[in-house]
Every structure is written in C-alpha cells, then in structure tokens.
Write a protein that binds this ligand. Structure first.
Ligand SMILES: Cc1ncc(COP(=O)(O)O)c(C=O)c1O
Length: 400
C-alpha cells in the first residue's frame, strides 16, 4: 500500500517556486541575479493598516474568530462590493479565508465531484488546474491568443462547455498576462453563460485595483446581474494593499455556497488570523490613497518594461491593461543558438539560458499553459527593471 495519497500524483510543483530555487542557488554562488519571477508587490503594508493590527493586539483581539470571519470585516467586504463594484451582498453572503488561494480552494472543494469540469482560460495562474485536480475535477483549458490580448473569446468558451462543466474561472486582470476584460468583453462572455444555466463563474478579482490609464475595472456579476445567483466574486487584500503575508482573501456569493465553504473551513483552518482580519478592516474601510499612489508607480514600470522589451530582437510584448505582469512572446527566438551552441527549442530553454548567462529570473509561459512566452513580474524598482531589460536585450541580440 502506497503511503502517499494518489491525489498527490495529480499535482505539479509550482514552476515559479522552481525558478526561485534556481535563482537562490546562483545567488549562493555570489552572483547578482535579478529576480522578476515572484508575484508580490515590493511595497510595504500601509502604516494605518499596521497600526490597526497593533491596536487589535493591544485590545486583546487574539482569540478564535467565527469561521467565516469577524462581522466588522464581513460588513467591510459587503460595503466594498457595493462601493466599488455596485454589487449588493449582505454581510452573511461573504466569507473570509486565509488568502485568496484558500477561498478558491474551498469554493472548489465545496462544489467539485469526480469528473466535473472546470474551464480555465490559458494562460492561467498556475494554481487553478492543480486545485481543480486535487479536488477530483478535470481542468479544461480554453486557449486565448496574443492577438486577442490573451482574452477568452466567446466562441472558444462555447466550444469548451459540456454537460459536465461546473465552473468557468475568470481572472481579470490576469496573472500571468496582465489582460483585463472591459465591460463589453465580459458581457460577451456572460451572453454565452446565460445559454448554459448549469455553469457557474468563479471570478478572481485579486488585481482589481491594478489597472492603468483609462481602463475601468468591471466584474461579471456587475455587468450581467442575471449571473449574480451563480457567481462567486473573489478578491483579497494581498496585492492591492501589499499584504501578501497577512493572508486575507474573501469572496461573496449565493448564501448556500458560502455556507458550504464555511462548513469546509470549520473542519480545516477555522477562522483566519484575528489580527490580520482587523488589519483588513482598516485596509478596506480606511484611506485608499495608497492604492492610487502605487497604481501610478506600477503603470510607469509597465510602460518602461514594455518599451524596452519591444526593442529586444525577436521579442514581442503587448501592453497589458493591469496586474504587475507582462507576458511577451519569444517565438522569434525559438530555433536560435546561444554563443555556446545551445539551441533554444522552447520557452523553458529561453528562460533557463537567460538565467544562466545574464542572471535574470523570469518564468516560462508553458508553465502557465501558453507559449512560447515568458512572464515578467515588474513588482520591483525601475532601476532593477531597466538593468534586467538591458540584459534581456543583450541576451536576445547574442542569439544567432
Ligand atoms: C490570480 C491570483 N489569484 C489569487 C492569488 C492568491 O492570493 P493570496 O496571496 O491572497 O492567496 C494570486 C497570488 O499570486 C494570484 O496571482
């Protein structure tokens, strides 16, 4: 009898973590490696949020909380959805989890039966297919194209739906492509879903506050209210408020689903950290100037990176609407040779050789289900980004 569970064989280790591991090995040899592989804002958590946590400790808010979260946070979440997304959720329709990842996992755990299908547009955040597989479901990949800005097209969605489809996972702005859907684009997706009442939508809006220029963020239940009864709107404080380590994610949706997620969580983690919950109340209810300030910084980094990458031979980099990622194509470099004679056959070869020769860590697109591309996280200083892009240009120019 095998000791480890069969479910484990369905899960792949994270490609992002594997690249980080290689980066650390090179750093341990004394090399200066620029890491552009991690999806984490480089800003510190705002001072008012930290203070709210300190105050919570001093007040003795250090005990177990209700499983779905403290009422003030659930009310702050309902108020956020009303204020920013024009969505009416009662506080009892909300749930707080240990990060957005936990919310997604519990939603899938609460709903997936063996053989259920979940449609995931490619390129996708690496955790979606793994979570679906762990829950016994089958990920169904719906390919997007660079010429459509990496956005799911209605006909591709229509073709992917079967009687076994349980969920469509939508992620806008997207990790890894940065693509964000306009209201009209979401409406076109919604129109397909309206024809298939058995399909639910799990919308991962983690990067909501990171969109640039005139782009207006919309979420699907707002655009198509007829989907409200089968949408789980998920969000969190990790990216918007630079709170990745605090582990607070949340969602709102139909009460029966929220109750099912609550039931799972009650036998799993219980309520998330009480102190982090009070900090999240301040993040959502307190001053929002932090968000606007960081957005401006990210936008100028995005513009720098897109412009420099488009000056690199063989690399084509679309301008994404949001998040802190770009997802350039390296198709123009496939088949070329490095000065040492190594042929670049795949995007994974490209990122490996880039790391080994120019010491820049990025993640290959095939890990996100669409290549030959690579993902750069620009959540780091402009100086480092400029230097990294110069190295990428030099590497691309060295290929023959
Ligand atoms: C698209 C997407 N969803 C969810 C998450 C998870 O966020 P959290 O850190 O709150 O678990 C991430 C984190 O990288 C993400 O990129």
């Amino acid at each position: 009898m095998a000791f480890l569970a069969d479910a484990l064989s369905r899960v792949k280790p994270s490609a992002t973590i594997a690249v980080s591991q290689k980066k650390r090995e090179l750093q341990a040899q004394g090399l200066t490696v620029i890491g552009l592989e991690m999806g984490e804002p480089d800003f510190d958590t705002p001072e008012n949020v930290k203070q709210a946590a300190i105050d919570a400790i001093r007040r003795g808010e250090t005990k177990y909380t209700p499983v779905a979260g403290i009422k003030p946070l659930r009310e702050a979440i309902a108020a956020k959805f009303k204020r920013e997304n024009n969505l009416d959720y009662d506080w009892t329709q909300t749930i707080v989890g240990t990060g957005g990842k936990h919310i997604l996992f519990n939603a899938l755990m609460a709903t997936i039966n063996p053989g259920d299908e979940v449609i995931i547009p490619s390129p996708y955040w690496v955790s979606y297919p793994e979570m679906v597989a762990l829950c016994g479901g089958t990920p169904i990949f719906a390919q997007t194209k660079i010429e459509h800005g990496f956005k799911l097209q209605p006909d591709v969605l229509e073709a992917a739906i079967t009687p076994k489809t349980k969920w469509l996972i939508l992620n806008s702005p997207s990790n890894p492509s940065g693509a964000a859907y306009t209201g009209d684009e979401l409406k076109a997706i919604a129109d397909v879903l309206l024809k298939h009442p058995h399909v639910w939508v799990l919308t991962d809006d983690m990067y909501e506050h990171l969109t640039y220029g005139d782009f207006k963020f919309r979420t699907i239940a707002e655009v198509e209210p007829n989907l409200y009864d089968r949408t789980l709107t998920m969000n969190g404080v990790s990216k918007a408020y630079a709170m990745t380590g605090w582990r607070i994610g949340y969602a709102a949706g139909p009460i029966e689903l929220i109750k099912a997620m609550d039931k799972i969580q009650s036998q799993q983690t219980s309520g998330t950290c009480s102190i982090a919950q009070w900090a999240a109340v301040e993040a959502l209810n307190g001053p929002q100037d932090f968000v606007a300030k960081n957005k401006a910084i990210f936008q100028s980094r995005r513009d720098l990176v897109v412009s420099m990458l488009n000056q690199a031979a063989g690399i084509k980099c679309p301008t994404p609407e949001g998040a802190f990622y770009v997802y350039p194509s390296c198709e123009g470099l496939i088949g070329k040779k490095t000065p040492s004679g190594k042929v670049i056959e795949t995007d994974e070869d490209f990122v490996t050789e880039l790391l080994m020769t120019e010491h820049v860590a990025v993640v290959h697109g095939s890990a996100f289900g669409l290549g030959p591309n690579f993902r750069i996280s620009y959540a780091t200083s402009e100086d480092l980004l400029e230097e990294a892009c110069r190295r990428i240009q030099r590497f691309a120019a060295s290929l023959r």
